[in-house]
Structures are given as structure tokens and as C-alpha cells.
Design a protein around this ligand. Structure first.
Ligand SMILES: *Cc1c(COP(=O)(O)O)cnc(C)c1O
Length: 393
């Protein structure tokens, strides 16, 4: 489509939109599990792919297709595959590129379940995994084995905001014929385009910034080549990982405002990061937009913005962290991220409370670490809220 040449914000609004017989301005919700054929030949032609058209919603659906085409367009990929959740996207990639006897190298601080599923379930199928600090290219190189088939990167990582050089990592992997997949959930294609940097596959939990309104769980995989797309799309159909049309409609609607949501959240995040960094009750602030971030220069080069996520260490450890949690009034105490509302969470007392001390140290989870997903509220209210909570420590 000629839309390929459009600027990002125009794509956000117009990409993928299907023209129907009534001239609907947005793609309607085609809440139908199956689609009728004109006659026997029509059905035969559609099954044989001699004729375009829809057959059955697990295979393809116009509302879902709208979202998939838009995501492929935004990430500069060949095709998108929308799935039921971010974890369905992660597993589609793992299943698609790993078979018995294969090995995967992954970022040590990947989203928890993305690591757990490899350690707990893929080992049952004789797939091995090594987790390294992918921000150190030497560590990636050392981890590669002759049977390594996939390099799986998350950047920036959660909640430590460590950044991996995607261009250089992709080069290292491609020298050895290894596929590179990137979980781009934290940045969205508005701030980072892994396929343009040489990676092969991008995936998202679209529960987060893509949808942006904390009302849908979903995922998407975008492949750069037709070969990878056809392979993963057929796996999606056969495993039944598909998204639902209503889910796709809501996500496509939320996606239209991605750039203005991101711009506002990032502006708020920068001000909050600066406020926290100067506050006497904080030890440090990890936000890629701060000069103090060890990979600030790489972030500037690789990303077109620093995003809305940060973590900071409150002095006083576990107890101090809990005091902040119990006293914030505007920020909402909840996991997840990337919505228009500011969410705050304290891994040591919440998400990572069950983790062993060594595992926590490995993942960079300290007792006073607090993660913020900054929303689009008035920044003065957010800063005043954090200030009064910090005053109680
Ligand atoms: C939330 C998240 C996931 C998992 O997505 P779900 O939609 O919850 O299944 C994967 N990766 C990252 C980075 C996430 O933040």
C-alpha cells in the first residue's frame, strides 16, 4: 500500500483501515466466528488462497487484520500477527524458532514469565537457555553455542532500565545465523524500531503502551520477512493463539493516540526523574533520559525518546518502600505499565516478594526499588504526590 511512505502519526490514524460498503471511518468490529462463501468454487478458491477473503476468525478476521497491518506498518515489517496476550506473543516466537536440541540466549532481566516459561517448560522439550547481561556484547558472544538458534532481547529492561545495543547484537547473531527477536513493549515503535536496526522479529505486550488504556490484554508479533511471517502465522493459526475481534478493535482505537500519549508521558517522566534525583530520600534514579544513566548516549542513538518508565531507590529499604506504597494518592498501586494513568509498584514487597535473595540481586531488585510507569496526569500533581509520600519516610 502507498501508506508505507506516510509519516508515523499519519500511519497511527489511517493504516490498516478497511473500507466497508457503508463508508465507516473506523474498521467495524466483525464479531463473527465464520464467513460465508458465495458458492463451492468461491470456498475452494479462498482455501487455496487463489482469492483473497475471510474463512474463519482463528485464521484471519478483518478487524484483527486492521490491527496487524497497522503494527507491521509502524514497525516497518512484512506482516503482523495479533495474539491473545503478550505471553502468547513470546511463546509464538519461542515455539517458532526453537526445537528439541536448540539453545536460546536471552537478556537476564527479561519480563519474569518470559524467563520462567523457558526454565520450567521448554526444558521439557530439550530446549536450553542461557541468560546474560545483553548490554555487554562480550557476554552475548560468550553465551553463543553451535546450537544457538535465537537471541531474545528486551531493552530497556524491567525494572532496571538497562539498554542493549540492538544494531551490534544483531550483527553478532547474524554472523552465526541466529535469529534476533526483541520485546519492544517498553518503547513501542514510536520510540524504537528494532527491525530498522537489523533485528528480525519484534513483539509486544500490547496490553501496555500500544493499547494504552489498561482495558485489554493482548500481544502482537511483527516479522521482517515473508518467510518468518508465513511460518509464525501458520503456527498462530495451528496453536489457536489468535486475538478476538473486540479486543483488536479496542487496541486499534487506543493505538491512534500513541504518539501524543507517549510525548506527554515522557515529558512528565523527565520532570519526575529530575525531581526524584535531587530528593534527599532517594539513593538513585534509573531513567534513560537522565545524564546519570550509564547508557544515556546509547539511548539517544537507538531510541527517539526515553519513554515513561523509571525506577528509583528510596533510602530505608523495604520499610521505606512500603511507606511510599501506603501513602501515594494519585499514583495507582498496581502492576502493568504503559497506560494513561500513573502506576507505582514496589517489587520487593509485591511482584518479586517470593524471589530468593540471590535471584533478586541477579535481577537488580533491591529492597527500596520502586518502579513508576508515568501517566499523562498533570505533572505537578504527580510530583506533589510523590513528595508527600517521600516526606513520610
Ligand atoms: C507485560 C509484559 C509482557 C507480557 O504481556 P501480557 O500481555 O501480560 O501477557 C511481556 N513483556 C513485557 C516487557 C511486559 O511488560
Amino acid at each position: 500500500m502507498d501508506k508505507k511512505n506516510n509519516e508515523f502519526e499519519t500511519k497511527l490514524i489511517h493504516s490498516g483501515t478497511i473500507k466497508d460498503q457503508f463508508g465507516a471511518v473506523v474498521t467495524p468490529i466483525y464479531q463473527s466466528s465464520t464467513f460465508s462463501f458465495e458458492n463451492a468454487d468461491d470456498g475452494a478458491d479462498k482455501f487455496a488462497k487463489r482469492k483473497p477473503g475471510y474463512i474463519y476468525t482463528r485464521i484471519a478476521n478483518p478487524t484483527i487484520q486492521d490491527l496487524e497491518d497497522t503494527m507491521a506498518d509502524l514497525e516497518n515489517g512484512y506482516g503482523g500477527i495479533a495474539v491473545a496476550s503478550g505471553m502468547a506473543a513470546v511463546n509464538l516466537v519461542y515455539m517458532g524458532f526453537l526445537k528439541a536440541g536448540d539453545h536460546v540466549v536471552a537478556s537476564e532481566a527479561v519480563y519474569g514469565p518470559s524467563r520462567v516459561v523457558l526454565e520450567k517448560f521448554y526444558t521439557q522439550y530439550n530446549v536450553e537457555s542461557t541468560f546474560v547481561d545483553t548490554s555487554d556484547l562480550q557476554e552475548i558472544k560468550n553465551a553463543f553455542r553451535p546450537n544457538t538458534k535465537l537471541l531474545y532481547i528486551e531493552t530497556p529492561t524491567n525494572p532496571t532500565m538497562v539498554i542493549t545495543d540492538l544494531k551490534e547484537s544483531a550483527k553478532l547473531a547474524h554472523e552465526r545465523g541466529i535469529v534476533v527477536a526483541v520485546d519492544n513493549t517498553f518503547s513501542s515503535p514510536y520510540l524504537q524500531k528494532p527491525l530498522d536496526l537489523g533485528c528480525d522479529i519484534v513483539l509486544h505486550s500490547i496490553t501496555k503502551f500500544i493499547n494504552g488504556h489498561a482495558d485489554v490484554v493482548g500481544g502482537v508479533v511483527v516479522a521482517k520477512t515473508k518467510e518468518h511471517f508465513d511460518h509464525l502465522n501458520s503456527l498462530m493459526i495451528l496453536t489457536g493463539a489468535n486475538m478476538d475481534p473486540h479486543q483488536a478493535y479496542l487496541v486499534r482505537r487506543g493505538l491512534k493516540t500513541l504518539s501524543i500519549r507517549m510525548d506527554r508521558a515522557e515529558k512528565n517522566a523527565m520532570e519526575i526523574a529530575k525531581f526524584l534525583e535531587l530528593h534527599p530520600k532517594t539513593e538513585w534514579v534509573a531513567y534513560p533520559g537522565l545524564d546519570s544513566h550509564p547508557q544515556h548516549e546509547l539511548a539517544k542513538e537507538q531510541m527517539s525518546g526515553f519513554g515513561a518508565l523509571m525506577s528509583f531507590e528510596v533510602k530505608g529499604g523495604l520499610e521505606a518502600g512500603k511507606i511510599i506504597m501506603d501513602n501515594v494518592k494519585v499514583a495507582v498501586l498496581a502492576v502493568s505499565l504503559g497506560g494513561i494513568e500513573t502506576l507505582i509498584q514496589h517489587p520487593a514487597s509485591m511482584t518479586h516478594a517470593g524471589m530468593s535473595k540471590t535471584a533478586k540481586i541477579e535481577a537488580g531488585i533491591t529492597d527500596g526499588l520502586i518502579r513508576l510507569s508515568v501517566g499523562i496526569e498533570d505533572v505537578n500533581d504527580l510530583i506533589a504526590d510523590l513528595k508527600q509520600a517521600l516526606d513520610k519516610v
